[in-house]
Design a protein around this ligand. Sequence first.
Ligand SMILES: *Cc1c(COP(=O)(O)O)cnc(C)c1O
Length: 349
Amino acid sequence: MTTEPQQFASDNYAGACPEALEAMLAANAGSAVAYGDDGWTQRASDSFRTLFETDCEIFFVFNGTAANSLALASLCQSYHSVICSSAAHVETDECGAPEFFSNGSKLLLAPSADGKLTPEAIRTLAGSRSDIHFPKPRVVTITQPTETGQVYSVAEVRAISAVCRELGLKLHMDGARFAHACAALGCTPAAITWEAGVDVLCFGGTKNGLMVGEAVIFFDRALAEDFDYRCKQAGQLASKMRFLSAPWIGLIESGAWLRNAEHGNACAERLAARVADLPAVQLLFPVQANSVFLVAPDAVLDELRARGWRFYTFIGGGARFMFAWDADPARVDQLAADIRAACEVRALA
Ligand SMILES: *Cc1c(COP(=O)(O)O)cnc(C)c1O
């Protein structure tokens, strides 16, 4: 099979980074105890505890939909509700899995232009009803960075968690691109999670350089009770768990988790800078993490497609470009040059 030129339509187009692969190969040498009672899984969990500077509880699952859904289900009874942004992945891209795994907990949507939740929006939704006919608000979930690449500052997360504490709500963070947020903020993982009041984090490995896998991290260990049963019932208990956990060791202990994210963020900035002077092309959202959303006339987008570029336009109507750990800067420059050329060809530059 010939390799195709690199595309930036999704950060899931990327392969696995060398650090993850090396750890995988190391874990493959010899046998190990099944179902997570192995040394690799123990070491990966300890790596997270060191990284987060706290004695948290860690579970490894296959994908982000499972991580989010099971984490939310563990925080809810079936008659509870979960406050999220109308743009949240749990609402728009998980096929009802959060409702399914929680046996019916309802998602309460806060309309949001940039995908962020605010303390005011949470307060309004949580206070909208308090009668027995409406599902009781129990959890708030925020996406860090959001689906459109907006990063919550530490102060913003703290303000949200303060409202949660006041209203008796748990705070969950969908961190499918958590590393990219840490890289953008230049803060420690602890500062933007448990120190800021986050109860449970879903830390995305797939978009950070693993071949597969996400970690569900409970900072309040009491909330993790029976979570292992929940994973097993949902088909998320890996029998050869070391293959889901060991790659994290490579990612975390080498520092690749942060380097990979910094690289993705830098490539997004690189593209944005190279098209900034084009009058026909605008940024749909500020570039804060590893995504660039461009608004351009259909003719320009058609020309880009004709030049072989793949991209999605399902979020906000803009053309989305995502940059993973392996994004080739020369290819980023080529994309920028083709965007410029597309504007010229269509007489828009
Ligand atoms: C990619 C992503 C997920 C996880 O998606 P899966 O395809 O289930 O792994 C979750 N949340 C956000 C915001 C994402 O971008």
